[in-house]
Design a protein around this ligand. Sequence first.
Ligand SMILES: [Zn+2]
Length: 145
Amino acid sequence: MPIRKDLKPLYPANWKQLSTDLKAKAGWECQGCGMPQYGLAFWDEGLGRYQLIKGNRFYDQLEYTESYKSAIAAKQHLEQWCDYPNKLIIIVLTVAHLDHDPTNNDPSNLRVLCGRCHLQYDEPHHRANRVRNARCGKTIDMFEP
Ligand SMILES: [Zn+2]
């Protein structure tokens, strides 16, 4: 999950190294759902969750790929030659601030999560921000004719 430009100054200068170290310590897997960094998956309607792709000869060679470029190549190959019930996604690990404060980088406040788990974790916080911003917007509306 890219860091919002306006929040970037709140992150420490060593954020990239800190987040990389945390991902490595987590075994390059989401601490929410266990999906691996740069794994390929598709949404399984029946299970109501993402399914990691297994058993494809080409993919097996790249299963523990170290680079995002390799994951993109594998995804393009699979989309060209295989049929999946839904669009393929590349799992990308992020580091979440559990208290939503990017200045609090205490290890107990940080968790390695895939994009989906991170969004789910942040959703109540984002919803509260939307409500607060909408209220602020109404305040500004009183200046309109
Ligand atoms: Zn996850």
